[in-house]
Structures are given as C-alpha cells and as structure tokens.
Design a binder for this molecule. Sequence first.
Ligand code: ADP
Ligand code: MG
Length: 358
Amino acid sequence: MHIKTLSLHNFRNYENEVLAFDPGVNIICGGNGMGKTNALEGIYYFSQGRGFRGSSREALRCGCQEGRIDLTFHSGERDFDGQIKFEGKNKKIFLNEIELKKTSQLIGKFVCVLFTPDEMNLVKGAPEVRRRFIDSSIIPLRPAYLSALMRYNLILRQKSILLRGEDYKLLPVFNQQLAEIGSRIIHVRRSYIEGVKDLAAAVQMDISGGRERLEIGYAASVRPENTREETAASFLKKLEEMEESEKENKICFVGPHRDDISFKINGRSARSYASQGQQRSIVLCLKSAQTELIQRETGESPVMLLDDVMSELDRFRRDFLREKISGKQVIITCTEMENSNIKEFNNIIKIENGKVVV
Ligand SMILES: Nc1ncnc2c1ncn2[C@@H]1O[C@H](COP(=O)(O)OP(=O)(O)O)[C@@H](O)[C@H]1O
Ligand SMILES: [Mg+2]
C-alpha cells in the first residue's frame, strides 16, 4: 500500500498545496508550526474518516467556509482517488468520485499506522488515551466496529442527558441498547488484545535483550464472558445494580467508555514503574504488533506515519524502528535537517508556513 499525492485546499494552515510521495521513505521537514503534522493529519483522514486532533470544523482553514483534501493511493492492486470535502461543520467523503454514505465504507481502503509524540504517554497517560489507541487500532481491521462505537457513544450521550433530567422513563431502553452494543465492543476489544499481546511481548523481549517480559491486559469495566450474549446479560445486570448511583451522580458509570488497558513489565505495573525508555519501548512494540496484524489480515503493509518521533527515541530504538519500517512506505516529519539520520533518504519535502518550498 502506498500513497502518491496529497492535495490540501483550505485545510489547517494550507491554502492550496500538493505534496508528492515516493513509495519508500519520505521526509517532511520544516520548523515548528509550519504544517508538518497538519500534512500527516490530512493523510490520516483517509484511514478513519477523521483526524487525530480536534474536530473536522477545526480542520477547516480559519475563516474559510469550505475546504478539501485529496489523496491518491494504491491499495490492493488498485488505484484510488479519495476526497474529503469540508463544508462548515459537515464533511463529505468520496472515493473514485462516488460519495460514500457512511464513514465506515471508507475504512480499510487506505490503512496507516501513526506514531505521534502524544502516544508516548500511552502507558502513563489517562485511560482515555489507551481507549483511543485501541479503538484506532481496531477500526482499520473492522469497519463495523466504527459504526458500533458511534452508535454506542450516541446512546451514551442520550443517556447522560436523561440522567441530568427528572424523567427516567427511557432509562431501561437505553440500558438495554448499551448492553447490546457495548458487549460487542467489549468482545472485539478483547479479541484484539488477545491478537496483539503475544506479538508485542515478543518484540519487547527482543529489544530488551531478553530481559523484559511485557504483559498486556484488558481491564474491562464489564468483564467479558464466554459468549457475547452472556456479556450483554452481565452488563445489563451491572447497569441495573448501578442505577440508583447513576441517577444520584448523573454519571454513566458502567461500560466500555470506562475500559482500560494495563501493561506490566516482569510482573510490575508499567504505569507505576516503567522508565521513560521502557514506556517508549512499549509503544514501539504495540505499533509494531499492530503493523504485523494488519499485514497478516490484509496481506499488505500499512503506510507508516511517524510524527517527530525519531528525535524522541534513542539510537537503539531508532535502529530497531528503522528495521521494522524497511520495505514499507514511510512518511517522517522532523525539524532539524542537519540531523544526519535523514540525509540518506531521497524524497524530502520542505514546508514553510503551509507551503511546499522544495
Ligand atoms: N484550522 C486552521 N486554520 C489555520 N491555521 C491552522 C489551523 N489549524 C492549525 N493551524 C496552524 O497550523 C500550525 C501548526 O501546524 P503543525 O502541522 O502542527 O506544525 P508542525 O510543523 O510543528 O507539525 C499552527 O501555526 C496553527 O496555528
Ligand atoms: Mg508537529
């Protein structure tokens, strides 16, 4: 899988610009605030139908009413031309000039794995960071998962509104639906973690020279049972048990929106004990496991988007990452061109204030 061109029109700090990419390694360089991450976000839009920071409305160039991003890419032996149009707060998605009715129809066509400095907080950050991580890892592999998440969040929002009012008539209906859809989410998350944990552990063993055993666990707010139906039943039971407390506090206490993932190194919680370097290793291991899973399930290598992470890694982890990305299309952003690490790469795109200068 590889991308060819990215056109940005009134997107973030870009007015009208085209970036062209090689199938191998590409470097986007420029000073701080010039638009490097914005360009990666433009590409990322085609993997999930949304960006990785803020809403679509914020993605539209300040003061503009409409904007557009175009991505031409090669995937599954076919060429695609994707287009996302922003109109006010609305967004329309086109693939080969046909408008898609649902974002989930886009999923799986263009697949990428993103590394950002923010994710370096994965281990010690808030649970929300880990939920976002696991969801965005699952979505490219299971388009229906995105629909389930959206539906779950919609019902959750409606339930929150209801809890803030006086009339609880619809509460059992919402709880029933949350248990039904939520149990699907729980089962997909569990099976994803099952799929990824041994792969990631093997990599961690490798980069630590055989010293570090990584364990990844799913700390689900409702423990998954053997079957999805059983999980839905215990979910509903838990919701009923918590009903009074939820009404009193006006908060939805139970469900996958409260899930977490745990990491242990040699049996100790990484959250409390892992060093900075170990935390970075865990993220690298997870990403590398994710890449492998995608390759296994789709038969193609995803495009790797590395935002400013090279400078965050020490030499050893950099070499490791370099080995993992060889043979794939990679797009790396960085600030310092003097950095000897990147001189060897051929396609260098220099960005200044939202314009391509080289
Ligand atoms: N919707 C927008 N309209 C115009 N400019 C924007 C918008 N969103 C972000 N920017 C600008 O983009 C710049 C940040 O770009 P970014 O890609 O994060 O920089 P970097 O090159 O450091 O990765 C900032 O100057 C910010 O003000
Ligand atoms: Mg940046």
